[in-house]
Write a new protein. Structure first.
Length: 276
């Protein structure tokens, strides 16, 4: 009997006196945004593993949308490895009021919230357990006064753990972008991120491949320094588009190191921008 209950369809549940408590009915864990936040689109940026340049892609997408004239914010949900504030040269602490937390604003007008903007020492390690980290990320949604935004990009930690699960369940995510790199295990890694989003009912907008190649400064030849790309195969198998292939670009790396990402224009992601 229990098995039949778990596999029943919506039509089977119609008129059932136990419909409200039936285990087949999905629960809504969405949290209300801060009353002073009005956000049109929430875009998650995810990866199956670390070290693929997810924060670079997040900031690049935010920058391109700012260049298009949209109001943009970045929620740095990678609590134990925050990098977004430094990329934009933000080192001050976020302020607060009775209404909530006020995010810091980058030179290009992008609103940013990160745990680094709340700590008295930005280099101090965040040694917190998963539930505490997940709670902080939820507060970035419920307690931060984002104001009027067209796009809020959520830079999530790698993998399929507590924080991605919290974001998918608590925030009204409109779609995710998967970031990967050109390695043999890319298909397995991409699939993990893809199927998590699918199981949570979140649309996957496409894949961005980082470190795709190095362009020779003399002849312009594209050199696959990290191996031949497999992202097109993975995308075809999953039925999602490739939104861009980013090379190893010294100018982008320099912008990160000099904390001037607010001046970057990453045209490698124009396809992603058009879809957004």
């Amino acid at each position: 009997m229990e098995e039949q209950q778990n596999n029943c369809s919506p039509s089977d549940c119609a008129g059932c006196s136990h419909a409200d408590s039936c285990s087949s009915k999905p629960q809504d864990f969405k949290k209300p945004a801060n009353q002073f936040s009005h956000i049109k689109k929430v875009i998650g940026v995810v990866s199956g593993k670390g070290g693929v340049g997810k924060s670079m892609v997040t900031a690049s997408l935010a920058r391109r949308m700012r260049e298009k004239g949209y109001a943009v914010g970045i929620m740095d949900a990678d609590v134990t490895g925050p990098s977004i504030p430094k990329m934009y040269g933000l080192h001050e602490q976020a302020s607060g009021s009775e209404e909530g937390i006020i995010p810091c604003e980058a030179a290009d007008g992008t609103k940013i919230m990160s745990v680094n903007l709340l700590l008295p020492d930005e280099s101090a390690p965040v040694i917190w357990r998963g539930p505490v980290i997940a709670g902080v990320v939820t507060q970035f949604w419920t307690d931060v006064i984002w104001g009027d935004l067209d796009y809020l990009f959520v830079d999530m930690p790698p993998g399929t753990g507590d924080v991605p699960l919290t974001v998918f369940q608590s925030l009204p995510v409109d779609g995710v972008v998967i970031v990967t790199s050109p390695q043999d295990l890319v298909q397995m890694i991409v699939k993990k991120a893809y199927y998590m989003a699918v199981q949570m009912g979140i649309p996957v907008l496409g894949i961005v491949e980082n470190y795709s190649y190095l362009e020779c400064p003399d002849c312009g030849k594209k050199i696959p320094v990290f191996g031949e790309s497999h992202v097109d195969e993975a995308a075809r198998e999953l039925g999602i588009p490739v939104l861009g292939k980013m090379p190893v670009d010294a100018k982008l790396a320099e912008a990160v190191e000099s904390e001037k990402f607010s001046e970057v224009s990453n045209t490698y992601l124009d396809e992603a921008v058009s879809i957004l």
